[in-house]
Design a protein around this ligand. Structure first.
Ligand code: 4AD
Ligand code: MG
Length: 477
């Protein structure tokens, strides 16, 4: 007989029909109630055994974590908390889980402990809920772009250009690290390397996406990106996933409109499709926040916060306005910022971004028109000659979630910029070609997928929203 999923069974009308379910034991209480979960939903199905009908050595294997096939009849539940349950006729043990060894016991484990067991932590309710929401968000992202006539474009992961300057890169090489071929000057001769040049893992698919936007119109990438920065924070990964739309004929305003609409759509999607997981995560967050001082607790519960994003306009503020607000702010005057703000041109740190979002505006903020000096070379210079058409979206509890810009489409201006920054024009020859042949206004942005998942799930550490996190000194799994 074909097995049903727990999700299917929980929504089936019980008529004493025969059913089969495969899953893992969550708990086994009173030698009578087995809670089975198979990942299809956060809820378990209760299976009731009459222990007199079963051999002791079968029941002995019914421990948390064991994989079972259960056959029985689906009946209306006698107990509270569920509508249906299975009266068990037969138990087949796929594989046991020795309770003396199995680390995921039915009790509260710290997230830190579970990080060391990343291959098993997905068996906890918290991680299963987070990863189901993550999967739904990924689906919603593709759906949004499909509905809006974008093409999904695969940027290369190994890149020969290191000009973007978004971060430190990971070298990709097949040279013998103990004995690499050397040039006369003693430097490594990368001509002899696999690709005949220095190559790295990509920090962003943007430059390649620009090439594609200049023919297909609207494209997006959604893939892994890599940054070898030694930043051990709760917001940074060395390997993370980024969504990068790139649109021909879009200026900065159109770019901001798209980013806001896009984020609202994907958040709205999970509100609609992930209700049970979100309810669970909301409760988890409330429990966690009870241990924090009042001032650090968030004012809204998780689902309310998600609705708030969908229902309110993001506040659009220029960098210059933001600097004025920050300069005159209480924490700045009382010298409570680690990096005090006194001059226009200062780079904003996450403490400033969070002040603007969480204390001042109390809503998502899009900061735009940043000083050229603190932004990447490819951003469109404004008429004032000192700011560029950059935009960052800042989220409560997260800080920067999106970074984007209108791109410099004028060949001469771009060349000047490259020269001033001392970047080798040769390296960007193909990128400059895009400005020589049919150049046009265009824009795009990058959304950090894990930062979105962090926000959507209310988790506090980015290591807990990606299956196997890569961070400095950590690539165990
Ligand atoms: O602001 P970033 O560096 O922008 C770019 O890479 C552009 N090329 C994007 C574009 O215009 N197409 O990165 C974009 C986003 C950030 O806003 C942040 O959400 C996320 O990527 N991000 C990280 N997420 C996790 N770990 C890291 N180390 C991250 N660095 C950036
Ligand atoms: Mg950025």
């Amino acid at each position: 007989m074909k097995s049903s999923s727990v999700k299917e069974l929980l929504s089936t009308t019980p008529k004493q029909q025969d059913v089969v379910v495969d899953g893992w034991v969550k708990t086994f209480r009173s030698n009578r109630f087995i809670a089975i979960n198979d990942g299809s939903t956060i809820n378990n199905i209760q299976c009731v055994v009459d222990f007199e009908n079963f051999e002791d050595d079968v029941l002995k294997q019914v421990n948390s974590g064991a994989a079972l096939k259960i056959s029985g009849t689906l009946v209306e539940s006698q107990g509270r908390g569920q509508n249906v349950e299975i009266q068990v006729k037969d138990i087949y043990v796929h594989g046991g889980a020795d309770p003396d060894d199995y680390p995921i016991q039915p009790k509260k484990h710290s997230l830190e402990f579970l990080r060391e067991k990343a291959h098993l932590r997905i068996r906890t309710n918290t991680f299963a809920a987070v990863m189901r929401v993550r999967s739904a968000l990924a689906f919603a992202i593709h759906q949004y772009f499909r509905d809006n006539d974008f093409y999904y474009f695969h940027a290369p992961i190994v890149t020969g250009s290191d000009a973007e300057g978004a971060g430190e890169m990971f070298r990709v090489t097949t040279l013998d690290s103990k004995n690499p071929p050397l040039n006369d000057d003693g430097k490594v001769n990368y001509k002899e390397d696999f690709f005949g040049k220095e190559t790295n893992l990509t920090v962003s698919g943007q430059l390649e996406a620009e090439a594609y936007a200049m023919a297909l119109g609207k494209v997006y990438t959604f893939g892994p990106t890599f940054r070898a920065e030694n930043s051990n924070t709760s917001r940074h990964l060395a390997e993370f996933w980024m969504i990068e739309p790139e649109m021909a004929f879009y200026d900065l305003d159109a770019n901001m409109d798209l980013a806001e609409d896009f984020i609202k759509y994907v958040i709205g999607y999970i509100i609609e499709h992930c209700n049970e997981d979100l309810q669970f995560l909301e409760k988890r967050l409330l429990d966690e926040e009870k241990t924090k001082p009042q001032a650090e607790r968030s004012e809204m519960a998780l689902v309310e916060k998600l609705h708030f994003i969908c229902d309110n306009n993001f506040k659009r503020v220029t960098y210059t306005e933001a600097i004025d607000i920050l300069r005159n702010s209480k924490p700045n005057k009382k010298k409570r910022f680690q990096y005090p703000i006194d001059e226009w041109g200062a780079d904003l740190q996450s403490e400033h971004e969070r002040f603007l979002v969480e204390k001042h505006f109390k809503c998502p903020v899009i900061l735009f028109n940043y000083p050229a000096k603190i932004k990447a070379f490819y951003m469109r210079l404004n008429e004032d000659g000192k700011t560029v058409r950059a935009m960052d979206i800042l989220f409560p509890g997260i800080g920067e979630i999106v970074g984007g810009s209108q791109r410099e489409e004028r060949l001469d201006v771009l060349k000047d910029k490259i020269a001033t920054l001392g970047i080798d024009e040769e390296e960007l020859w193909w990128y400059l070609d895009l400005r020589k042949f049919g150049t046009a206004v265009h824009s795009g942005f990058g959304l950090g997928f894990e930062r979105l998942v962090l926000f959507a799930t209310g988790m506090g550490n980015i290591r807990d929203v990606i299956p196997f996190p890569r961070t400095p000194q950590n690539a165990e799994f």
